[in-house]
Design a protein around this ligand. Structure first.
Ligand code: HEC
Length: 120
């Protein structure tokens, strides 16, 4: 995945240089600095929700078979993916932060999962 992205960036840079001659330098820099944003995988996210991170122990969510009432019922609040990423990373009030125990990819995954099933 990363390797393919790198090859594409290098190719794009070469094309810019070929097309623009000496003037292409700036565009090449912006192409290599582009950071791909993480895309969450809802299937992997369900495993995060029901796994060791224990979301399931605090938050009701019908799709996960979760009925706990420590934190808000996510079927009711239907949080945006951005809110899930923020809460899971930083915590708030009675919600512990998971920024050090889950990877950014796992957090993106659980956010994608909740967005895809909450309220259903
Ligand atoms: C120890 C219990 C606990 C665990 C474990 C927990 N949460 Fe929470 N969560 C809470 C509490 C309590 C709040 C309310 C915090 C506040 O706003 O004061 C909350 C808030 C949230 C919110 C914001 C809800 C809203 O709409 O305002 C989201 C989203 C969320 N949690 C997702 C998760 C996910 C995903 C996990 C697993 C990675 C998780 N939580 C694990 C207790 C928990």
């Amino acid at each position: 995945m990363r390797r393919t992205a790198l090859v594409l960036v290098v190719l794009a840079g070469a094309l810019v240089l070929a097309a623009a001659g000496c003037g292409g330098g700036e565009e090449q820099v912006s192409a290599t600095e582009t950071t791909p944003s993480l895309e969450g995988d809802p299937v992997a996210g369900k495993a995060v929700y029901t796994g060791a991170s224990a979301c399931i122990g605090c938050h009701a969510l019908a799709d996960a078979g979760a009925t706990a009432t420590v934190g808000p019922n996510l079927d009711d609040t239907m949080p945006s993916a951005a809110l899930v990423v923020d809460r899971v990373t930083n915590g708030q009030g009675g919600m512990p932060p998971f920024g050090n125990t889950l990877t950014e990819q796992q957090i993106a995954d659980v956010a994608a999962y909740i967005s895809s099933v909450a309220g259903k």
